[in-house]
Design a protein around this ligand. Structure first.
Ligand code: GLN
Ligand code: ZN
Length: 756
C-alpha cells in the first residue's frame, strides 16, 4: 500500500493564490473562488489516483491554513470574531480586517510553513462543525476515491495553541477530546469503513509528560469511538519514540514515522510490528526535492524485516512543503532536473518503491521511472557539475587562519574604536531601504532584457545616491547602500554562486496566498566573482562617512534553501561560508571598514530535539566564523538577527564572535534585554529602538525612552542605536521622519550622558 500524508493545495500554477487575491480585492465573487478551489481539489485527487496512491487525503485542502480550519471544525473561534460568520469570519482570523486583528502566525515546527495560533480560554467550549470535511469527502467519492480524512490531532492542536488568560490550552484536553469524539461519530456514518489520519507532529518535539498523558487520554478514547473508523497517527520531522510507546497500546490502526528526518525512529519499528499496527514508513523525503535512490529505499524497507503487509510506503510528511511538479521547468539544466523530484514525481517514486518491496512486477511506465532513477543517481554521484575538487580540497585543507579571526573581541573593539572613531550610541540601520515600485520596476526591466546592464547599473546607483543623501541629511553615523539591487537577501546571493540554481515554478506555500521559491543548492558551492563589491564600493565613494557592507550569512543561506542531501549538511554550510569569506576579503581589500553578515534565520534552524542542539550550534558557529575569518582586527564585523527568543542561545551568540550584533528589540516588549542582562554580554549590541513592521512613525520621546531602557542593560559605550530590522517594506515618507526622530533622540540622550 502507498500512503501520502497530504498534498499541496496552492495549485501548480498558484491558481489558489491568484483566486484568493482576486476575491480579497473584490474582483471575483465567492462562487468563483469556490469553483477554483474545487477544480484544484479534484485535480490533486486525480493526480494521486492516477499515480496509484492507495491512501489519498481530503481536508488537506485549505483556503488559508489547516490550523484555522481546525478552529472552525472545533467551533472554538475567539469571541472577537463572532460578529462575523462563514468565510468572512474565516478570512478575518487569517488576515484581519478593519475591525479585527488577525490571529498570530508562527512557523509549523521547523518548516517555512506558517500556521495561525488558536486562542484557547480557560474552560473553552467546543462546537463541532463538519461541513468542510463532509463536502470534501463527497467530492472525492464522486471521483470514485475513498479518501482518508486528515485532521490535526487534539494534542498537537492544543500544544500549538495559546491560552488567552495565561492558561495552558492542554488543560482543555478533556473537552477537546469530547469534541473530537463527536466528530468521529459523525465521520463514522460517512461510509461503511472510514479512515482518519490525525496529525500529531507536536509529539516529535521533546514531548512533556503532560503532552504524553494527554496523548494517552485522547487516543484511548478516540480509538474506541467507532468500529468502522481506522485511525492513523502521523508524526514527522523527527523521531516520535515516546509517542510510539503510548500509541502502540491504543486502539488505532497505524503510526506514521519519518525515517528521513528522524532516523532514530528505526528503534520503534519492532514495537509497532509487535503491536500488530501498520507502520506508515516515511521513506521518501516530503520536504526536500531530491530524487530518492529507489534501490536504497527498497533495501532499507527490507532491512526492517517485518511483515510486508503491515508496512505502507509513504512520504515522510505532507507534500505541502515541496513544489508540485517538474513539468514546467523548461529552462532548468537537464542534468540538474534529473536529480530532482517534486510532489508529482515523488508519487511515482513511492509507487515503484512499493512494488519492488512487495516483489510485484513493474509495468512499462514504472520500469522507465525506475531505470531513469538508477541512471540519475549514478550521474549525481560523479557529475562535475556537482563535484568540484577545488572546493572540496579547500575545505579539507582549511588553515586555522581561515577558521576564525586571530584576535579576541576585546582587543579588536579597542582597535576599531581608534580607527572608526564613532561617537557613543552610534546610529545606523539594518541594511535595506524602501523597495519602491520604481526600484522593483528597474530590476524587473533588467531581468526581462528591457534595459541594458549599463542603464540598470546607473539607475541602481541613482537609488544609492538618494539613499546616501537621506542618511547624511538625517545624520546617521554608519551608512548603508540600501540593497536596491536585491530582490531577496538569499536569492540575490544564490543567483551568483556556483552550485546553486533556481526553478521557474518551484513555489511552496509559506502562509495563506504567499509562496516562496527557495534556491536549490545542488552542488559544491563557490563564488566565481564578487557579488556586492561594485555596489558597496560605489556607495563608499559617495560619502565620507563609514559605509557598512551587507552580506547574508551561511546559516541563513542554507536555512532558506533546498539543500543537497548527498553531502553532510556541515560541509554545505562550510562551503557556503567560504564563498562568503571571499566576499568579506574583497570588501576589506577595497577599504570597507564595517561588514554586516546577516543571520536572520539562525534561530529558526534550531533542531526540534534538544539532543541535536549542540551539534547544530557547533556547525552554525563554525560556519559563521569561517565566513568572517578574513576580517582583520580593525575591520568591524556586525551580524543581525530578527526575533526575540535569545534566552537559551546566548552562549552561541557570544561564540559567533561578531563585534556588534543588531537585534529586534522594540517589537517584542524588550524581553530580549533580559537575556543580555543576565548573560553579561561584553561585545557591542544594536538593540532595535523601533518596530519596522508598522507604518507608524515613533516620536522622539518614545525613542528616548527606548534608549533609556537599553541603557539600563548595556553601558553607553557598547550600545548602538538602530531600528529593529531592514526598512525595505516601508515608504520613504515613513522612514525619513522615523530615522530623524531616532537621531534626534540619540543626540539628546548623548548630551545627558556627557553631562553626567
Ligand atoms: N539586511 C537585511 C535588510 O535590511 C536584513 C533582513 C532581515 O533581517 N530579514 O533587509
Ligand atoms: Zn531582521
Amino acid at each position: 500500500m502507498t500512503y501520502i500524508h497530504g498534498f499541496p493545495r496552492i495549485g501548480e500554477k498558484r491558481e489558489l493564490k491568484f483566486a484568493l487575491e482576486k476575491y480579497w480585492s473584490g474582483q471575483i465573487e465567492i462562487d468563483e473562488l469556490q469553483k477554483v478551489a474545487k477544480e484544484l481539489r479534484n485535480r490533486h485527487l486525480k493526480y494521486q489516483k492516477e499515480a496509484g496512491v492507495d491512501f489519498i487525503s481530503v481536508n488537506d485542502f485549505s483556503f488559508y491554513d489547516n490550523m484555522i480550519d481546525t478552529i472552525v471544525m472545533l467551533g472554538c473561534e475567539p469571541k472577537e470574531y463572532l460578529d462575523l460568520s462563514g468565510i468572512d469570519r474565516y478570512f478575518a482570523m487569517a488576515r484581519g480586517d478593519k475591525d479585527h486583528k488577525a490571529l498570530p502566525m508562527t512557523k509549523w515546527l521547523n518548516t517555512n510553513y506558517h500556521y495561525f495560533v488558536p486562542q484557547i480560554e480557560p474552560k473553552q467550549e467546543f462546537k463541532p462543525n463538519l461541513d468542510k470535511i463532509i463536502a470534501e469527502y463527497s467530492e472525492a467519492k464522486e471521483l470514485k476515491i475513498k479518501p482518508k480524512i486528515n485532521i490535526i490531532g487534539p494534542v498537537t492542536f492544543l500544544s500549538f495553541s495559546r491560552g488567552t488568560k495565561g492558561n495552558d490550552p492542554l488543560d482543555e484536553i478533556k473537552s477537546a477530546v469530547d469534541a473530537y469524539m463527536d466528530i468521529l461519530k459523525i465521520i463514522s456514518k460517512l461510509d461503511d469503513k472510514v479512515t482518519v489520519q490525525f496529525d500529531e507532529p507536536a509529539l516529535v518535539k521533546d514531548p512533556t509528560k503532560k503532552m504524553l498523558d494527554a496523548l494517552k487520554f485522547a487516543y484511548e478514547k478516540l480509538g474506541n469511538v467507532a468500529e468502522n473508523v481506522d485511525i492513523f497517527i502521523s508524526t514527522y520531522f523527527e523521531h516520535a519514540l515516546e509517542a510510539v510507546d503510548i500509541l502502540t497500546e491504543c486502539n488505532i490502526k497505524g503510526i506514521g514515522l519519518d525515517f528521513i528526518h528522524g532516523p532514530k525512529n528505526i528503534n520503534a519499528v519492532k514495537k509497532i510490528a509487535k503491536s500488530g499496527k501498520i507502520l506508515v514508513a516515511g521513506v521518501v523525503d516530503g520536504r526536500n526535492i531530491w530524487i530518492s535512490d529507489i534501490d536504497e529505499k527498497v533495501k532499507f524497507l527490507n532491512s526492517l524485516n517485518i511483515d510486508k503487509d503491515r508496512v505502507y510506503v509513504a512520504s515522510s510528511c505532507s507534500l505541502l512543503h515541496v513544489p508540485y511538479t517538474l513539468k514546467y521547468e523548461e529552462k532548468m539544466d537537464k542534468n540538474i532536473k534529473s536529480w530532482l523530484a517534486f510532489a508529482l514525481e515523488k508519487l511515482d517514486e513511492i509507487k515503484v518503491i512499493d512494488k519492488l518491496y512487495k516483489n510485484e512486477p513493474l509495468n512499462e511506465e514504472e520500469k522507465k521511472i525506475y531505470e531513469a532513477n538508477k541512471k540519475a543517481n549514478t550521474t549525481r554521484k560523479t557529475s562535475t557539475q556537482i563535484h568540484s575538487v577545488d572546493v572540496q580540497n579547500r575545505l579539507k585543507n582549511l588553515k586555522d587562519s581561515e577558521k576564525q579571526r586571530d584576535t579576541n573581541a576585546e582587543d579588536r573593539l579597542k582597535i576599531q574604536h581608534e580607527v572608526l572613531k564613532y561617537p557613543i550610541l552610534p546610529t545606523t540601520t539594518i541594511g535595506s531601504f524602501p523597495q519602491t515600485v520604481e526600484v522593483r520596476k528597474v530590476r524587473r526591466d533588467f531581468k526581462q532584457g528591457l534595459i541594458s546592464e549599463n542603464e540598470y547599473k546607473s539607475k541602481i546607483k541613482e537609488f544609492i545616491d538618494y539613499c546616501i543623501k537621506v542618511q547624511e541629511d538625517v545624520g546617521l553615523d554608519v551608512l548603508v547602500h540600501g540593497e536596491f539591487e536585491r530582490n531577496d537577501m538569499v536569492e540575490y546571493f544564490g543567483e551568483m554562486l556556483e552550485g546553486v540554481t533556481f526553478s521557474q515554478n518551484g513555489w511552496v506555500q509559506s502562509y495563506g496566498s504567499r509562496c516562496v521559491k527557495p534556491p536549490i543548492i545542488f552542488g559544491d558551492v563557490s563564488r566565481p566573482e564578487p557579488m556586492t563589491l561594485e555596489w558597496i564600493t560605489y556607495a563608499q565613494s559617495k560619502t565620507k562617512k563609514i559605509m557598512k557592507g551587507m552580506l547574508t550569512g551561511p546559516v541563513t543561506m542554507l536555512n532558506w534553501s533546498f539543500v543537497r542531501d548527498d553531502l553532510p549538511r556541515e560541509n554545505v554550510y562550510k562551503q557556503m561560508a567560504l564563498a562568503i569569506a571571499d566576499e568579506v576579503r574583497d570588501l576589506q581589500e577595497a577599504g570597507i571598514k564595517i561588514i554586516q553578515v546577516d543571520e536572520a534565520a539562525f534561530k529558526e534552524g534550531y533542531p526540534l530535539r534538544n539532543e541535536n542542539r549542540s551539534e547544530y550550534e557547533r556547525v552554525a558557529v563554525e560556519s559563521f566564523k569561517i565566513s568572517t575569518a578574513p576580517a582583520r582586527a580593525e575591520t568591524q564585523i556586525h551580524t543581525h538577527m530578527c526575533y526575540s527568543d535569545f534566552n537559551d542561545i546566548m552562549d552561541t551568540i557570544d561564540a559567533m564572535d561578531a563585534d556588534v550584533i543588531s537585534i529586534e528589540t522594540a517589537r517584542n516588549g524588550n524581553r530580549i534585554l533580559e537575556a543580555f542582562k543576565n548573560y553579561n554580554y561584553q561585545k557591542e549590541v544594536g538593540a532595535g529602538v523601533y518596530d519596522i513592521h508598522s507604518p507608524r512613525v515613533p516620536s522622539v520621546e518614545e525613542i528616548e525612552k527606548e534608549i533609556a531602557d537599553r541603557l539600563s542593560v548595556f553601558p553607553a559605550g557598547k550600545l548602538w542605536i538602530n531600528p529593529d530590522c531592514g526598512l525595505k517594506t516601508r515608504k520613504w515618507e515613513e522612514v525619513i521622519p522615523a530615522l530623524t526622530n531616532m537621531v534626534t533622540a540619540t543626540k539628546s540622550v548623548r548630551k545627558k550622558i556627557v553631562k553626567l
